[in-house]
Design a protein around this ligand. Structure first.
Ligand SMILES: [Fe+2]
Length: 299
């Protein structure tokens, strides 16, 4: 696992300046009505339901349901954990996956953050438990407390889930932005033969994952978070694969979903871009994708 951020020093300095400016703007605008409404909107979470059919899905996993949570930023807007717990309560699934950015402020104390995360996780009903990967707002110090509350954190490694005589492999990467190392690529390359799912905080390595994986669940972009009408975003936050910044997509034989995420990053505000939790149902059938009951043509 990486301990130090990658990238040049000036980039870190620029990032800190940007965070500082965003916080100052936020404190000036916070009492205003549009800003308060934006914060309230940020806590209203959609449930997006995907049905993904794969001809090569092992038959024991036909009907397998995966609850995907990402970008919770639990220390940004106070009630995010409470609202998320309420949204996921009652959703029955086989597996829950959390694809990073549990934290917002990279210097925030861990104890209250983990308490909030535990509140969310205790509302999840998942037969095979909860898997997690770290995002660019998280850090190595979070792994042990996350594991203590029952989240199996995958750090550039693959976990195999078995049912009857069938296997489903899940590869989870450490953050590929702030803490990127070549170990992330090595973990994707080392995924075993068979049906593999990649959990990665960001779509950045989708091209590489498509060589061995059939499904890629990700976040990081927040769908733009602060958008113009029609969910038109100002930036993707991606260096590569900028066309994969939101929703369902395909790379080769691999299907991916970039969630808009749950919380808000730095500025506690969402505009024309509601947060979401995603429920994926896997089917063994001719390759096909449906989003909230409507077929999606991915070309
Ligand atoms: Fe995020």
């Amino acid at each position: 696992m990486e301990a130090q951020p990658s990238g040049k020093r000036w980039r870190g300095h620029l990032r800190n300046q940007l965070y500082g400016t965003a916080w100052r703007v936020h404190h000036v605008l916070r009492p205003t009505r549009p800003f308060r409404r934006g914060a309230e909107r940020a806590l209203k979470l959609d449930l997006t339901e995907l049905t993904l059919s794969f001809a090569d899905l092992p038959s024991a996993f036909d009907g397998y349901r995966i609850l995907h949570l990402t970008d919770l930023h639990l220390d940004n807007i106070d009630d995010t954990a409470v609202e998320t717990a309420a949204r996921v309560a009652g959703i029955e699934c086989d597996l829950c996956v959390i694809t990073g950015d549990i934290r917002d402020n990279i210097h925030a104390p861990l104890h209250p953050l983990i308490e909030r995360l535990e509140h969310v996780v205790s509302s999840v009903c998942a037969l095979d438990g909860v898997l997690g990967v770290l995002g660019n707002h998280d850090g190595a110090a979070m792994v042990a407390p996350m594991e203590r509350i029952g989240i199996h954190v995958l750090l550039n490694e693959t976990l195999t889930l078995s049912r009857d005589t069938d296997d489903l492999h899940v590869t989870g990467l450490d953050d590929v932005h702030r803490f990127h190392t070549e170990e992330a690529y090595a973990a994707l390359d080392a995924a075993p033969e068979g049906f593999c799912i990649a959990l990665v905080h960001s779509p950045e390595v989708a091209g590489h994952a498509a060589e061995r994986h059939r499904l890629y669940l990700t976040g990081h972009t927040h769908g733009g978070q602060i958008c113009l009408p029609g969910q038109r975003s100002f930036t993707s936050g991606l260096k590569r694969h900028r066309d994969l910044g939101r929703g369902i997509w395909r790379q080769g034989r691999m299907v991916g979903y970039t969630s808009r995420g749950i919380g808000a990053c730095i500025i506690p505000f969402r505009s024309y871009c509601p947060g979401e939790v995603v429920l994926v149902t896997l089917r063994r059938a001719t390759d096909r994708v449906s989003v909230n009951g409507s077929d999606a043509d991915l070309g």
